[in-house]
Write a protein that binds this ligand. Structure first.
Ligand code: NAD
Ligand code: TDX
Length: 340
């Protein structure tokens, strides 16, 4: 492994992975292929911009010609696939792009891997493929029960990966991460949305009763989990990456308000997300057996994350314009009006 293609490397977790890989492995070249959708942001890659081992190409993973050109130009031997439409609420409003990128895009990467003879691909997947977990913890062999168009698109990608592994003997590994948070996360997901809205003393639209449970994973721990599987995971296997930190949404919101010194009266209970999964929870023993442990407590990581948004208004204020405001209106205007 020498020349690693990181697709979706201008997004939240992908850019954290690129920054980490450039710092950690002086022997690797990192090539980012990213379409720069609303969620892709070159500001996320400014810290590595001047490294001679970092290269950026704008393009679509669902374009066979683009993937072939980039693989051949940089003699790519390994792919780490972060590229995806990643927000559940957007998949409910408009699923098309999810099928294009998450399903067709992953298929194109697999097919180019087969035709061009690449060594390994790590595909970044999610706990959402397991669906709602009322009790216990999902293990990697559990069946898929996706409940949103986003989750179904990620599960579909995984089925195609399995088929390519079985049929063509490709070396593909999969990670399934839990709810990830940290610096540079686009302010549509729960934590960055609520932190940036609370900074401006705006209402925080909590879906339903706020008693849904998510397992929170700091982005730097997610990245080291991916690194562990990339280097030590067995071909054809999937690995859960759990934060091992289950919390009700309401608790998370209270924690971030405490860290910001803002009042709980900003919270508004609004109409629930349709098909809203009540709980995700994964067993992480298989990844622990490869030697991975998370390094950050939830309390420290949330304080650090809140502080990052306080200190980096330059990063998020320019995002909260144009298309973002249209999305915000479509998702929240009616909900917030009904809650008053
Ligand atoms: P993100 O939305 O912040 O970033 C996605 C990136 O992919 C963006 O840079 C975007 O421009 C790029 N992209 C989208 N379509 C593309 C295409 N057709 N071709 C090339 N690039 C394209 O997402 P994220 O939160 O960083 O998530 C990264 C991956 O991790 C996704 O696959 C997601 O499903 C998975 N994941 C996310 C979480 C989470 O909590 N955020 C948890 C588990 C798994
Ligand atoms: O405005 C909101 N109000 C609210 O109550 C938003 C945006 C979210 N929520 C709730 C819904 C969820 O129960 O907070 C919880 C977290 O929501 P998201 O941040 O949208 O994450 P989730 O739907 O759990 O999915 C995340 O984790 C798995 C990522 O977005 C996915 O990319 C990842 O695969």
């Amino acid at each position: 492994m020498k020349n690693i293609l990181v697709t979706g490397g201008a997004g939240f977790i992908g850019s954290a992975f690129v920054r980490y890989m450039i710092d950690t492995y002086p022997e690797y070249n990192i090539i980012v292929l990213d379409k720069l959708t609303y969620a892709g942001n070159l500001d996320n890659l400014l810290p590595v911009h001047d490294s001679p081992r970092y290269h950026f190409e704008r393009g679509d993973i669902a374009s066979r010609e683009t993937v072939q050109r980039v693989v051949e130009t940089y003699s790519v031997d390994t792919i780490v696939n972060f590229a995806a439409e990643s927000h559940v609420d957007r998949s409910i409003l408009q699923p098309d792009a999810f099928i294009h990128t998450d399903v067709v895009g992953t298929y194109i990467l697999l097919d180019m891997m087969r035709l061009l003879g690449l060594e390994r691909m790590l595909h970044v997947s999610t706990d959402e493929v397991y669906g709602d977990v009322a009790e216990g913890y999902s293990v990697e062999t559990d069946s898929f029960q996706p409940n949103s168009p986003y989750a179904a698109s990620k599960a579909s990608a995984e089925l195609m990966i399995r088929a390519y592994r079985q049929t063509y003997d490709l070396d593909v590994v999969v990670t399934r991460g839990s709810n990830t948070f940290g610096p540079y996360q686009y302010p549509e997901k729960l934590l960055p949305l609520f932190i940036t809205e609370a900074i401006d003393d705006r209402p925080l639209p909590l879906y339903g009763d706020g008693m849904q449970v998510r397992d929170w994973l700091f982005v730097e721990d997610h990245v080291t989990g991916i690194d562990t599987v990339l280097h030590h995971g067995a071909a054809g296997e999937a690995y859960n990456i759990a934060g091992e930190c289950e919390k009700h949404n309401i608790e998370v919101v209270r924690e971030l308000l405490r860290a910001l010194g803002k009042p709980e009266k900003l919270i508004r209970h609004v109409k629930d997300r349709p098909g809203h999964d009540r709980r995700y929870a994964m067993n992480c023993d298989k990844l622990h057996a490869l030697g991975w442990q998370r390094q950050h407590s939830f309390e420290d990581a949330i304080r650090l994350t809140v502080q990052w948004y306080v200190d980096n208004e330059w990063w998020w204020r320019k995002i909260k314009t144009g298309e973002y405001l249209e999305y915000y209106k479509a998702q929240y205007a009616e909900r917030l009006a009904e809650s008053d």
